[in-house]
Design a protein around this ligand. Sequence first.
Ligand SMILES: [Zn+2]
Length: 655
Amino acid sequence: MVDAGGTHEPYIFVVRRGGQRLDALQISEHEQSEELIDQLRRQGIEVFHTHLYKGFGMAAEKEEMEKTRDVVAIAHRYGMKADTYVQWGSMMYETFFAEESRAEHWIQRDIAGLPILLTYGYQQSFRYIPCFSNPEYLEYLKKVVRYAIVEVKTDFIHLDNFSLNAEPDSCHCSWCVSGFREFLRTKYSSRQLRDRFGFENISFVNPPQWNRDNPPEKMEIIYDPAFQEWVDFRCQLMADALRQISEYAKSLNPTVAVEINPGGLNGDNHTWMAGVDHTRLLKFTEAFWSEEDNIPAYYPDGRLVSRIRSYKLARAYRNVLMISNVANDPLALGEALAFNQTLSCVGTDPLLPETIKYIQFYRKNRDMYLDSEDIAPVAVFRSYASLTYHQASTQLSAILVEQALIQSRIPFVLVFDEHLRNLADYKVLILPNSECLSDEQISFIRRYVDDGGGLVVTEQAGLYDDWRRVRVQPGLSGLVDNQIRGSEYQQSVIGEKSGPGTGIRKQIGRGKVAYIPSLTFDGALPSSEEYFSISNRFWRRPKNWKDIIEAVHWAAEDPIPFIVDGPEFLGANYTYQARNGRYFIHLVNYDAVNTPSLVDLEVRVAMPKHKEASRVSLYSPDSKEARTLNFINDEPGTKFTIPGMKNYALVAVDM
Ligand SMILES: [Zn+2]
């Protein structure tokens, strides 16, 4: 998809927000003009992005919504598709309350009963947040969706502001409080409630409450069962609301695409902070948006910043990722092609030369991106319970392991809890400090090793169960020896722990297990952030990254199928296209600013049995023509050298 606007802000919002240019109306009209649509089409845009509904209420926005209906008809006449903004999580109460008298009961309220606001500095307090537990609000939202599909005939619905506020700003409305208790009654039997809380009658259990000495952003470990359940409840209510809206949209037009804006994997504890569990949401979407500020770059201090995690999350759920700020940035555009297999949203008018160059490259070579599957023998487990309940430690471990793999160009995917059921596709499973594993998950992991899988375990993986209760016997005992014991409840969390100093490798039947007792941050650990976010200040390889890479190679048994020599700032993704029998190697130079060209990169590709390469071709947006490369077929693969690349290169290996 190649998508661009236009603006997604309607004029009513531009005015209410304030600070606009005096010619804002003319600009707004231009952003939806036939002239602009035709210009974008000529520049290669296929999906026109525009505003439809901002949250002022359908009455207040009627005129502009009707205008959008006409504009979408123009886009369709030009053979384009339309992507329309629909507000999910914000209500401009001044007009909305005037239209809908019951709406004062539809908004999120804090523990004191005050409306919960968006968190955009001090500027937008006219925006309340509706409550997604409230069926009346969802019915209203369906009216908007119906208008979008039936009247406007949109092809793509962008649901914006798709997240909840972090504590202490969670909703305490009567729907949420009673909904939370009902959720617990449905989830657990009386006996299980007794296990969970120590008592059965949960009719007076409330959402979390805070005081000045104990602010939520400083809480390092979530032990409290009610807090843990509250996270689950918030994630589930967002997923349930999305399912309703998405199914309703598709009942009106099965081909309409649904996209949400919950952000990506940026190092936040997004389940705890935002009620966003992507693994529940992305089953109801075709795309999602991330406004993460991780502009791809390599820094002198060794940090490699990328959106690779978010792209891999998208690929795990067959979604397309839409990223803000890729426009005119060749590295960001190349990263999208490498890891997203499409450009998705390339920005807004006016499109600048680098953007247009990448659009032309993608459209000319689109066949190499369509129907391509990521090839990744290595899986990194992102455990819901581990990351949610002890973000400070486990998110850092996950990120350090991922950085080691990224900067060594090891092909890997991210797997989530549900994927542990079927690990047959992976040669290596990595548990990066996955502290909290359920009994069932442990049985899946043991079966995987029994079946000949390679397991790489770090730090405290498996020392707790999925309620973060301390296991008396480490969950992975037998597979991993010499792990230290987990720690029980602590009033205040005492520092980091690490296990014995040496790694251990064991062959167990046909399987292999490598244990890495600690991951050492390379340099002084940055100071903690609010809610213990592991932002890109932390994104570098650990000091002992070689231990991880060597363990992965050892555990994989067969060689890793792609080896690309190069510096630590060269990123890679590998895909396979069954219909043409082709491998693709996508390379991104994250240090293009300081190292504008890379030369003589040696590549080795392990070929499937009885296959050999018949042609190797190099493509790049920086050169007009593809270049055929010399190669040598030898057992068990193909060797060749990439003579040079700038920001992004694509190599096709035909069999
Ligand atoms: Zn509520």
